[in-house]
Design a protein around this ligand. Structure first.
Ligand code: C2E
Ligand code: CA
Ligand code: CA
Ligand code: CA
Length: 277
């Protein structure tokens, strides 16, 4: 068992130098790793409440690195962002997602895909035009694409983000504020953003069964969201009880391990087939 500051811990914890080298390698190898097929997109289904139909999927990036093994986005997205490569990542995830949505449309299914974007994508003035071009290329209606942007991301530089968000919104894509409740946005501010959805941060949803404070936060976000005409999505739905409580509150969409973990393409197809059979 590891002890604080003990030998065992020191044996496993990477040094600053190792962390730096690892980040350096990730950043320099990223483009090649896309070409080599090490980076892929997993999809996590979301269901509508109360009818429990599939409402869409969220695209979540994964990297199986030859040396470092499976990397979660929390381990490499910040490095990719800092290195100015987020545009490359977002383009990849968007194209993969559009391919999926197109395939579903060809099969007669209307399933939307949500792509996470970073505030750094909004610093690219060309971003809305790139999105429009990709929608056209894959012949996907904009309403079947959602961009999720964290609350802290929107708030970090609202003056810069706002015009780009307006352009995206004008294209007809949906915009969602992710991790809502963890930042400092006021109700007044949310009203000024052209957003369509709020996603309640999973920490509140995970805690709502045992913590009355979390339950109150979830309830008030559902009410606030609806009073602003927004679709309210809850992430981190792991238990039946949570789903039932959310349904009773009028929350519109649920996402979480109870419904499904994020799945690679083939397993998602199997999940969808079992579900719609
Ligand atoms: P997020 O956008 O808040 O995504 C939800 C995270 O919660 C995902 O972690 C998902 O696997 C996890 N999750 C889903 N359901 C449950 C549940 O029931 N319980 C618990 N405990 N967790 C659940 P993941 O895939 O590790 O992604 C972490 C974060 O990395 C994402 O948080 C998002 O901010 C970022 N990210 C992922 N893919 C991308 C991407 O393509 N681009 C960018 N810019 N960021 C990404
Ligand atoms: Ca998200
Ligand atoms: Ca809109
Ligand atoms: Ca989130």
């Amino acid at each position: 068992r590891a002890t604080k500051g003990g030998e065992e811990v020191r044996g496993y914890a990477p040094s600053m130098g190792q962390i730096f080298m690892r980040r350096f390698q990730m950043v320099t190898q990223f483009r090649q790793s896309l070409e080599d097929g090490q980076v892929s997109v997993h999809y996590q289904p979301k269901i509508s409440l109360p009818n429990r139909q599939v409402a869409g999927v969220e695209a979540l990036v994964r990297w199986v690195h030859p040396e470092f093994g499976r990397l979660g986005p929390d381990e490499f997205v910040p490095a990719i962002e800092a290195a100015g490569l987020i545009g490359v990542l977002t383009e990849f995830v968007l194209e993969e997602s559009l391919k999926r949505v197109r395939k579903w449309l060809d099969e007669g299914l209307r399933i939307s895909a949500a792509v996470n974007i970073s505030v750094r994508n909004l610093a690219d003035e060309e971003f809305p035009a790139k999105v429009a071009a990709a929608l056209e290329r894959f012949d996907v209606p904009p309403s079947l694409v959602t961009f999720e942007l964290t609350e802290s991301g929107v708030m970090s530089d609202p003056q810069k983000a706002l015009p780009i968000l307006r352009e995206l919104s004008a294209l007809g894509v949906e915009l969602a504020v992710d991790d809502f409740g963890t930042g400092y946005s006021s109700l007044a501010y949310l009203r000024q953003l052209p957003v369509d959805q709020v996603k309640i941060d999973k920490s509140f949803v995970l805690g709502m069964g045992t913590d009355l404070g979390d339950l109150a936060v979830v309830r008030s976000i559902v009410e606030l969201g609806h009073s602003l005409g927004l679709t309210v999505v809850a992430e981190g739905v792991e238990e039946d009880v949570a789903r039932d409580q959310l349904e009773a509150m009028g929350c519109d969409v649920a996402q979480g391990y109870l419904i499904s973990r994020p799945l690679p393409e083939d397993r998602l197809e199997a999940w969808l087939q079992a579900r719609t059979a």
